[in-house]
Design a protein around this ligand. Structure first.
Ligand SMILES: Nc1ncnc2c1ncn2[C@@H]1O[C@H](COP(=O)(O)OP(=O)(O)OP(=O)(O)O)[C@@H](O)[C@H]1O
Length: 298
C-alpha cells in the first residue's frame, strides 16, 4: 500500500495523516507514504507505484488529489483508496466514506472494492484531464479560479462563500453553447457536468446521478446575472437547487461546451482547469475504489 499525501492544506492535514497511520499500524500495516511536491505530482507517484505492482494506492487529500491519483492508476489493476483530507471532499461524501481518519483507514483494510467511472475533459489545446466528480464552466469556475488559497487554509469552505460574493459583482456571465450528445447546442451561462449527486460538499445537485455508471448528469443554468447566481447560491445548502426555475438537469454520454460570448473559465473537481472549449466523455476504463462494507456489500 502506498499513501500519496498532499500536504498543501497545512498542519491539520498532517495530524489527520498521523491518526490514519496509527490506526493502520494497530492492524499491523506500515504503508509507504509519498508527499506531493507540486500539482500533478500525485499522478506521477501513483503511476510509478502501479507500475511496480503496488496493490493499493491511497489518495490522502481532497478531490483534486483523488483525481490526480486516479489518473495515475488508469489502466492498472491497483485499487484506489481514499483518506478524505480535503476541504469539500465531495467524492468522499458521495461514496459514503466515513468522516474521521481512523474510520477512513478502516475502509482501506476492511472495505469492499467497487467500480468508479471517472470522466475525461478534453480542452481546445488538445490536453486532457481526468476527473472523479465534476467539471463546471461559468460562475462556479470563476469562484474556484480566483479563490484566496490562504483564506481557504484558514477558514475552509467559507472561503468559497466569500469569493462567490466577490464574483457576483464582477463576473460578466457570458453565454456559451452546451451540446449534449447529438442534440443542437443550447445557450447557457453555467454548466456542471457531474458523475455524482452532490456538489460543494454534501449539497444535492443531481439526484439521479450514480458514480459507478457510465455517462453524466448535466446541470444547465440558463438565467444569467448576479441576482440569479445569488439565488442559486442560497438554494444550494437547502438542497433546492435542482428544483429552481432556469435550472435543467439532463443525462448525457458526451457534453461539448464552447462557442462563448467571452472567456469562460472551467473547473475540474474544484481546481482551476483552464478555459472553454471543453468536451467531456467517460474516461477509457473504470477504476476500483475501496468503499465501506454496508448493508448489501460483500
Ligand atoms: N505540494 C503541493 N503544493 C501545492 N499544491 C499542491 C501540492 N501537492 C498537490 N497540490 C495541488 O493541490 C490541489 C488541491 O488539492 P485537493 O483538491 O486535494 O485539496 P482541497 O482543494 O483542499 O480539497 P477539495 O478539492 O476536496 O476541496 C491539487 O489539485 C494538487 O494539484
Amino acid at each position: 500500500m502506498l499513501i500519496v499525501f498532499n500536504p498543501a492544506a497545512g498542519g491539520r492535514r498532517r495530524r489527520r495523516l498521523a491518526r490514519a497511520l496509527e490506526a493502520l499500524g494497530l492492524q499491523g500495516l506500515r504503508p509507504d507514504v509519498a508527499e506531493t511536491a507540486r500539482p500533478g505530482h500525485a499522478t506521477e507517484l501513483a503511476r510509478d507505484a502501479a507500475g511496480r505492482g503496488v496493490g493499493m494506492v491511497v489518495a490522502a487529500g481532497g478531490d483534486g488529489t483523488i483525481a490526480e491519483v486516479a489518473s495515475g492508476l488508469a489502466g492498472s489493476a491497483a485499487l484506489l483508496g481514499i483518506l478524505p483530507f480535503g476541504t469539500a471532499n465531495v467524492l468522499a461524501w458521495e461514496l459514503g466514506l466515513p468522516p474521521g481518519p481512523e474510520n477512513a483507514a478502516r475502509v482501506l483494510t476492511a472495505g469492499r472494492a467497487a467500480v468508479l467511472r471517472p470522466g475525461s475533459a478534453r480542452f481546445g489545446d488538445g490536453s486532457s484531464r481526468l476527473f472523479v466528480q465534476m467539471v463546471g464552466a461559468g460562475f462556479d469556475a470563476a469562484v474556484v479560479a480566483n479563490l484566496d488559497l490562504s483564506l481557504k487554509r484558514r477558514v475552509g469552505k467559507a472561503a468559497y462563500v466569500a469569493q462567490a460574493a466577490k464574483e457576483l459583482v464582477r463576473y460578466p456571465f457570458p453565454r456559451f453553447a452546451a451540446a449534449l450528445d447529438d442534440a443542437e447546442p443550447e445557450a447557457v451561462v453555467s454548466a456542471i457536468v457531474t458523475k455524482g449527486r452532490l456538489y460543494a460538499g454534501r449539497h444535492l445537485l443531481a439526484p439521479d446521478a450514480a458514480p459507478g455508471e457510465p455517462g453524466f448528469q448535466v446541470a444547465l443554468f440558463r438565467g444569467g446575472g448576479p441576482a440569479r447566481a445569488a439565488l442559486y447560491g442560497a438554494a444550494l445548502p437547502l438542497d433546492l437547487l435542482p428544483r429552481l426555475p432556469g435550472v435543467e438537469i439532463r443525462r448525457a454520454a458526451r457534453v461539448r461546451l464552447g462557442a462563448s460570448a467571452g472567456p469562460v473559465p472551467v473547473q475540474a473537481d474544484g481546481d482551476p482547469a483552464g478555459m472553454l472549449p471543453v468536451e467531456v466523455v467517460d474516461a477509457p476504463g473504470p477504476l476500483w475504489v475501496m468503499l465501506p462494507t454496508g448493508p448489501g456489500g460483500d
